[in-house]
Write a protein that binds this ligand. Structure first.
Ligand code: IMP
Ligand code: MG
Length: 176
């Protein structure tokens, strides 16, 4: 049966907000080079849209992590499925995520990436669900949208690997 998906944030709203966040990042970095770390797979659509709007020198790398657990809940145990290709030494790192939920994934990632001696690590997310935060120490530097505790898809986010390609962000209304 097809899942019902209700639009939460339209393509136009997302687009306009990414423009604003990119402008903020451009102002904050003031021309200094930035090294974007895209967290696969969900972060891919947002990373591309953000990167196109940045005006400083941009380099890109990708990382894939899986947090054991299934369905709609992440566990505390995170495994690196694909590590970065490049070292982080001396770089101004900006991690780009689709969504921060419990914060477990990012809390683990930031800890291991800090050990690689970057110049600094900042965090940028398309969506934040602060009500669900377990790891309160995770500091988000740039958030496009704060959303309520609903399971969302689209713009890179999936439900069982489906719906990543939706150009908007929607809420899955599960059949009862
Ligand atoms: P955290 O470790 O609990 O913060 O989980 C973060 C990861 O869980 C995200 O990168 C997503 O892959 C996934 N996730 C959390 N909430 C949602 C959602 O509403 N839709 C789709 N994926 C989600
Ligand atoms: Mg993710």
């Amino acid at each position: 049966m097809e899942d019902k998906i209700r639009v939460l944030l339209s393509e136009e709203e997302v687009d306009a907000r990414i423009n604003e966040v990119a402008a903020q990042i451009n102002a904050d970095y003031a021309g200094k080079p930035i090294h974007l770390i895209c967290i696969l797979k969900g972060g891919v659509f947002f990373t591309c849209e953000l990167a196109k709007r940045l005006s400083m020198p941009v380099s890109l790398d990708f990382m894939s992590v899986s947090s054991y657990g299934s369905g709609m809940e992440s566990s505390g145990v995170v495994k690196i499925v694909k590590d970065l290709d490049e070292p982080l030494e001396g770089k101004n790192v900006l991690i780009v995520e689709d969504i921060i939920d419990s914060g477990r994934t990012l809390s683990y990632l930031i800890e291991i990436l800090q050990k690689r001696n970057p110049n600094g690590i900042k965090l940028c997310t398309l969506l934040d669900k602060p009500e669900r935060r377990v790891k309160k120490q995770v500091k988000v530097d740039y958030t496009c949208f704060t959303i309520p505790d609903k399971f969302v898809v689209g713009y890179g986010l999936d439900y069982d690997q489906k719906y990543r390609n939706l150009p908007y962000i929607g809420v899955v209304e599960l059949e009862q």
